[in-house]
Design a protein around this ligand. Structure first.
Ligand SMILES: C[S@@+](CC[C@H](N)C(=O)[O-])C[C@H]1O[C@@H](n2cnc3c(N)ncnc32)[C@H](O)[C@@H]1O
Length: 220
């Protein structure tokens, strides 16, 4: 069974957006869109792990500009078919952990990537992400709440408490996918080192955490 998250999303590119057709999630998707559009209105946004651009398209409706990045070219190719304004939205293949040189951004959005970071790597992930954003900027993460019957069942928990799901793609390959479901309390504790003000939105199927970034030590 494949356990590599990057190749899993590379192979899932063409079927990825079926996840956004689940009938029970439609109300939450509308609410989340409204929350994100309000936060990012008239802002310059870096999107990490943009995937097929579902949120890129929605954020771009209100943001000044979006640089949408992902490690996988296959997902970016799907995002590019959406016909988003090339003056406002640009795409770049980029690994979060080896990010190409850019000036720091006003805002950063990471949708459904937090859950795929090992618990023991979260501090490194957050400090990496924080370095991409100006002090006093905004960082937003969104991800899933676990709702029985709507999410894949958890099939494995490791010694650190990371949880995993067995998922099948349409080509019948199976993948053991890291998928953590943090509580609000855990999210707030993890993010507090980089955050000034924190806002948390808890919907039924999704959570969104938004924080302003503190000044940081470039050696950290
Ligand atoms: C669950 S998908 C989320 C896609 C999109 N943000 C959304 O919400 O629809 C996770 C994405 O993270 C990307 N990814 C995984 N590891 C990455 C890394 N190290 N750097 C950049 N992107 C990564 C995958 O290619 C995939 O597109």
């Amino acid at each position: 069974m494949n356990t590599d998250i990057v190749s899993y999303y590379k192979d899932r590119a063409l079927e990825y957006e079926k996840i956004y057709s689940k009938p029970e999630r439609q109300e939450d998707l509308k609410s989340s869109t409204a929350i994100l559009q309000k936060i990012f209105a008239n802002k310059q946004v870096l999107e990490i792990a943009c995937g097929t651009g579902y949120w890129t398209e929605r954020i771009a409706e209100k943001a000044t500009s979006v640089l949408a990045t992902d490690i996988n070219e296959t997902v970016i190719e799907v995002a590019k078919t959406k016909g988003l304004s090339t003056e406002q939205v640009s795409f770049e293949i980029a690994d979060i952990y080896n990010f190409p040189a850019h000036d720091k951004f006003e805002c950063l959005f990471g949708g459904f990537i937090w859950s795929h970071v090992l618990l023991q790597n979260l501090d490194e992930f957050l400090s990496t992400v924080n370095r991409l954003v100006k002090p006093g900027g905004t960082i937003v993460f969104m991800d899933n709440n676990y709702v029985e019957g709507s999410n894949h069942a958890i099939t494995k928990t490791d010694d650190h408490g990371n949880t995993f799901q067995a998922r099948k793609l349409e080509d019948d390959t199976t993948h053991l996918v890291l998928k953590n479901f943090p509580t609000e309390d855990f999210l707030r504790k993890k993010i507090k080192d980089i955050a000034g003000e924190i806002r948390f939105y808890n919907l039924k199927y999704y959570w969104i955490i938004c924080c302003t970034t503190k000044a940081y030590n470039s050696n950290s």
